[in-house]
Design a protein around this ligand. Structure first.
Ligand code: BG6
Length: 483
């Protein structure tokens, strides 16, 4: 095995899906607090929370009590954080990726002073992590925007969000720079393209622009906010490393027909273009051509070229769950899950939710990204969403998860041997949390089982799954013992 000695093994979560305590500690509301549970009847054919329309939002907003809103509960990290961090430490985590809830720090997003109780909560969490020598990796925004910014400004479509976010990110850096070394500005910045409400707090139907233009307008604002945050971090906290993140969607051509290969190249360029902006500091020509060819237009902020050019990130983070298949004929695309439309790949298996299981694709993607950017990388999400069964004796036998992770670790190992630079690996949902696609607890990723169902019924007690004991061994042997 080739894992470096200081390789950062760990797990990842997001505040909106995990934290709960939505009405405690002076927290405001986020746009995700209004997403209701969607029974996963159509698991293989849905990208879940993409359904949020303005009409639906208003119905929920005006009749909150009638809806099951699981994001508000998460898995109660707010009250269980000591117990959970002790369990992470027991597995030997070197790092723990988490996000901060913007509306816990600035409840409406527009206050001039931060909420002290919110700041204290994360101080307590970081202190607890330090106690066990676990290095926090903090995402400043994991989909979660203060609700008033959606209602007043249509979220990130509005330029004012840049300053509001930068005010928030500066507070985070000032406050926690001595406790947090690794930072990510935006979770999966490209998610805005497929889930505009979740990714950027926008209702596309409220805008005068066409759908892609409003999404790219929001993305432009996010990219500028990210660069300005990088600028501040580099100036005031040079000891920290600040990175950016995309949902990496490695894609394959359906056939070796040049037209399919060309269509795949364009898909790939679009996916990676966000790395170009944040790591190289400019919109690549392929992206500008894509805007031209797809009737995408939006307003650029003043001096955007300089802002981007002067403030590039220190590392590239990405989530990796699946690969997908592209055809030059768009009418052939189906919708098997996670953010993209794809054809079925007959050479790989799929999860219960239709996500293609492809460890080899991880090696391919690690090599491709490193060859292109030559920057350190961090895999900050990877894992298998599955239905788990809690046995009467408190055990959970999740061999399927162990098999999935084992094969991905082998792929990382090969990529390291190929010469890529990888800082660490944080598996997704290291403890069961509310899923993003369906806002449910049925789809679980954790090493730790949380006794709660889709309706918030259960004790919220924690149980170690078989994968918990396995991952502990993997970390203790620095990736040597993965059987
Ligand atoms: C990523 C998101 O795209 O996928 C997470 O960053 C999300 O927030 C994860 O939970 C897995 O998706 P899901 O829908 O299975 O929870």
């Amino acid at each position: 095995m080739t894992f470096p000695k200081d390789f950062l093994w760990g797990g990842a979560t997001a505040s909106a899906q995990y934290e709960g305590g939505f009405d405690q500690g002076g927290r405001g509301k986020s746009q995700l607090d209004f997403i209701d549970f969607v029974p996963s009847v159509n698991r293989k054919n849905s990208i879940g929370t993409d359904y949020m329309s303005l009409e639906r939002f208003l119905k929920i907003r005006n009749n909150e009590g009638e809806y099951n809103l699981p994001y508000r509960r998460g898995s109660e990290f707010y009250t269980h954080y000591k117990e959970d961090i002790a369990l992470f430490a027991e597995m030997g985590f070197k790092t723990y990726r988490m996000s901060i809830s913007w509306c816990r720090i600035f409840p409406t997003g527009e206050e001039t002073e931060p909420n002290q109780e919110g700041l204290k909560f994360y101080h307590d969490v970081f202190d607890e992590l330090r106690k066990y020598g676990i290095e926090p990796l903090v995402t400043m925004i994991h989909y979660e925007n203060p609700l008033p910014l959606t209602e007043k400004y249509n979220g990130w479509e509005d330029k004012r969000l840049i300053d509001l976010f930068v005010k928030y990110s500066k507070v985070l850096i000032d406050e926690y720079k001595d406790k947090v070394k690794y930072w990510i500005t935006f979770n999966e910045i490209n998610a805005t393209l497929s889930t505009p409400y979740v990714g950027a707090g926008i209702f596309v139907e409220k805008s005068e622009k066409n759908e892609l233009s409003v999404c790219y307008q929001a993305l432009h604002h996010q990219l500028i906010a990210s660069a300005l945050t990088v600028e501040y971090a580099h100036k005031t906290a040079p000891q920290c490393m600040i990175g950016c993140m995309i949902a990496r969607l490695e894609c394959y051509a359906e056939t070796c027909s040049p037209a399919d290969v060309e269509a795949t190249m364009i898909e790939d360029q679009i996916n990676l273009s966000f790395f170009d902006v944040m790591a190289r500091g400019y919109y690549p020509k392929s992206m500008l051509n894509y805007f031209r060819d797809n009737d995408i237009s939006f307003d650029y902020v003043e001096n955007y070229q300089e802002i981007l050019k002067n403030n590039t990130v220190d590392f590239l983070a990405f989530s990796y769950y699946m690969t997908y298949v592209v055809s030059a004929d768009p009418s052939k695309a189906e919708n098997p899950g996670n953010l993209v439309k794809s054809l079925v790949n007959p050479y790989i298996e799929v999860s219960e939710w239709g996500w293609g299981i492809d460890p080899t694709g991880l090696r391919v993607t690690l090599n491709k990204i490193y060859d292109k950017y030559r920057l350190p990388m961090f895999i900050v999400e990877n894992g298998l969403g599955a239905v788990d069964t809690l046995e009467a004796d408190g055990t959970i036998h999740d061999d399927y998860r162990i098999n999935y992770l084992r094969e991905h670790i082998k792929a990382m190992d090969k990529a390291l041997d190929d010469g890529v630079e990888l800082l660490g690996y944080t598996t997704w949902g290291c403890i069961d949390i509310c899923s993003a696609s369906f806002a449910d607890m049925t789809k679980r990723y954790g090493f730790i089982y949380v006794d709660a169902d889709d309706y918030g019924k259960g004790t919220y007690d924690r149980y170690r799954k078989d994968s918990f004991h396995w991952y502990k061994k993997v970390i203790a042997s620095n990736g040597e013992d993965i059987d």
